[in-house]
Design a binder for this molecule. Structure first.
Ligand SMILES: *[C@@H]1O[C@H](CO)[C@@H](O)[C@H](O)[C@H]1NC(C)=O
Length: 313
């Protein structure tokens, strides 16, 4: 219970967005950023002079958000079409980005779908939550790695950052069930919340493996729980109650963006490579759970995902 309270009703933050350094000259991608904590993340990055790509599915929604943020900050984010539930779209999105940019300083793997109807699958037939939240972000990151690594050579501290928005819900997943990533009896037995938790556990495992494989090439990879945030994440909420909870209990999006902005921009966070941060902007060594910290599990998931994207490289 204490653990639940510490994660979901955390103490007041000691770090604030006023401490974000000037980001002029930095190129940043934020996935799923036309709404919620992604949009607020973009707002803060723009205020601190970064060049920000809003990588989202809908051009129409992106343009509305870009307009709104321009009115607030005077700066304009750039739309990048990305549909994480289709590996072919991920590939063309990266090609599009690389036509415009040669550098990438920060990648926010922020997008997420939660507790989606169970009959929904990705274009390649994966469970929608695993396929979008975990596998889609894996492929996006791997395709951007050469650019991230070459950018690291040019930065003052020879580092770039990849930040993965996971969730406390990873505790709903005692271990990854590889046979539930596609349709079948193993998946049918799991609840939407367990499948969501599994996709969020996948974010942490992937982040940790990235850190262990690429830290010597300047990659800093950090995962985190943003806090229990009021957002569109529960828009597919299974019951009226979840939808009501979403509005009644949870913290506002400004706070939800705080921990990932901290991970991505605070100078001291380069020490948290392969670590998981808790709200608000804290490192709690007992998080995430032990299975998720197991290097065998991280390697297993990486190798599985590597195989899945082979045909799209
Ligand atoms: C994203 O891809 C999924 C899976 O193919 C598809 O059902 C959906 O319509 C696509 N969304 C957009 C906005 O392109």
């Amino acid at each position: 219970m204490g653990h639940y309270m510490s994660q979901n009703y955390p103490p007041k933050s000691r770090w604030s967005v006023d401490q974000i350094p000037d980001l002029v000259g930095q190129v940043i991608i934020v996935t799923g950023s036309n709404t919620g904590i992604g949009k607020h993340t973009v707002e803060e990055l723009l205020k601190h002079n970064a060049k920000v790509y809003m990588a989202v599915r809908s051009q129409e929604k992106a343009e509305l958000a870009i307009k709104e943020l321009k009115a607030k900050t005077g700066k304009e984010a750039i739309f990048l079409k990305l549909n994480l539930s289709d590996l072919a779209s991920v590939k063309s999105s990266v090609e599009e980005f690389l036509k415009k940019e040669t550098q990438l300083h920060i990648l926010f793997n922020n997008a997420g779908v939660a507790v989606t109807p169970k009959d929904m699958f990705t274009a390649q037939g994966y469970d929608l939550q695993f396929g979008t939240n975990t596998l889609g972000h894996y492929f996006l990151t791997v395709l951007l790695l050469p650019t991230l690594i070459s950018t690291a050579e040019t930065t003052p501290d020879h580092k770039v950052r990849i930040v993965h928005t996971s969730s406390f819900s990873h505790h709903f997943c005692p271990r990854m069930k590889f046979d539930s990533f596609r349709d079948g009896p193993a998946r049918t037995k799991m609840s939407g919340m367990q499948l969501y938790g599994q996709s969020k556990a996948g974010n942490i495992l992937f982040s940790n493996e990235l850190a262990s494989r690429y830290s010597d090439q300047g990659i800093v990879s950090i995962s985190l729980h943003p806090g229990s945030i009021r957002s569109e994440l529960l828009r597919h909420g299974p019951t009226l109650l979840t939808r009501l909870m979403n509005w009644a209990l949870f913290y506002p999006v400004e706070l939800g963006a705080l921990t990932q902005l901290y991970a991505a921009t605070a100078p001291e966070c380069t020490e948290f490579n392969g670590k998981y941060l808790s709200p608000w902007a804290r490192y709690v060594p007992t998080e995430p759970n032990q299975y998720i910290r197991d290097p065998v599990a991280t390697k297993e998931l990486w190798e599985y995902m590597e195989e899945q994207v082979e045909d799209f490289q």
